[in-house]
Design a protein around this ligand. Structure first.
Ligand code: SF4
Ligand code: SF4
Ligand code: SF4
Length: 311
């Protein structure tokens, strides 16, 4: 790519992306997700930690074979960062199940984590090139074609979900659960992880209906459940929500998250410093085009199942 083409591409990219955050900021705090959006209610009281959901996700998303087989429960003993962190999602594991030992003599609880498909996703609002889309079906999906690799989304996500494929030198991209959008959700079908669960710990349905189901379970068995649906309000609401029999912090949930969408914290800032938005995304776009040299060497940054995903 010539220097002239680099600058032209940078400026074009910058102009396009400068408008995007402004549109996002205008809508901040007023969007509560699509009314007919789908979701999943995860009931921790039913989960037995079988990891069938991990295996189903691995197959559905054509991910590499894992180091440990999916029936190996020793993974629950793995910890990182000096024992402070349990397993998290990465480029080869779009969902993982972890085990937690609540206080007292209670039995351990298991928690499946994946992208929560927020109503107002921080990953989306932090992305200057609009690589993320919240679909009408409720999924938050990612388009590697336009991603410039800045990894803002990884910093912005309150649930530490997006992962970067560091292993691929030629084809780096952000990886996260996409709610089986291409293969299932957009056809009205439940995700692979939900379908496989032998305990019916995962319930697929319209988000509004799931909230009713969750409240009904709490009402019917108040001694069994904590009186809260995690994800109903957190960061403005999420499509994946949780019921628990132990205080949520004892199952590793971040209970300090705000109830407002994350963008509410920065919308005033976004509207007052347009130069920041104008300059640095343009540079990132240019660097990305230089690095990828799309069309000149036949290299492409597409993800086979995540292209052209705008609804
Ligand atoms: S959980 Fe993180 S990656 Fe998923 S939609 Fe929300 S902000 Fe984005
Ligand atoms: S919804 Fe699909 S991509 Fe997401 S964790 Fe479940 S199987 Fe994996
Ligand atoms: S398949 Fe169901 S029961 Fe098994 S670990 Fe996953 S959520 Fe829990």
């Amino acid at each position: 790519m010539s220097r002239r083409r680099f600058l032209a591409a940078s400026l074009a990219g910058g102009a396009a992306v400068t408008l995007a955050p402004a549109r996002k900021a205008l809508g901040a705090g007023s969007f509560e997700g699509y009314p007919d959006g789908m979701g999943v209610l995860v009931d921790l009281t039913r989960c037995i930690g079988c990891r069938s959901c991990e295996a189903a996700c691995n197959r559905e998303q054509n991910l590499p074979a894992p180091q440990e087989p999916f029936d190996d429960q020793s993974v629950f003993d793995q910890t990182f960062h000096g024992g402070t962190q349990k397993r998290r999602t990465d480029e080869n594991h779009l969902t993982v199940v972890n085990r937690y030992q609540p206080e007292g003599d209670q039995k351990p609880v298991y928690r499946k984590i994946q992208c929560n498909h927020c109503n107002e996703p921080a990953c989306l609002t932090s992305c200057f090139v609009n690589a993320y889309t919240k679909t009408r079906e409720g999924a938050v999906i990612y388009n590697s074609k336009v991603c410039v690799g800045c990894r803002n989304c990884m910093i912005a996500c309150p649930f530490n979900i997006p992962a970067y494929s560091y292993s691929s030198v030629l084809n780096p991209m952000v990886k996260k659960c996409i709610f089986c959008y291409e293969t299932r959700l957009k056809n009205g079908n439940p995700p692979a992880c939900v379908e496989i669960c032998p305990q019916e710990a995962l319930t697929f349905g319209h988000r509004n209906d799931l909230l009713k189901i969750g409240r009904e379970r709490i009402r019917m068995q108040p001694g069994r459940y904590v009186d809260q649906i995690y994800g109903e309000k957190e960061v403005g609401g999420t499509a994946w929500m949780y019921l628990s029999n132990v205080p949520f912090e004892e199952a590793g949930f971040n209970t300090t998250l705000q109830k407002e969408p994350i963008i509410n914290n920065v919308k005033d800032f976004l509207s007052t410093v347009p130069m920041v938005l104008a300059i640095w995304p343009a540079l990132f776009s240019g660097f990305h085009l230089l690095a990828s040299r799309k069309g000149e060497h036949g290299e492409d940054h597409e993800h086979p199942q995540q292209e052209d995903l705008k609804p």
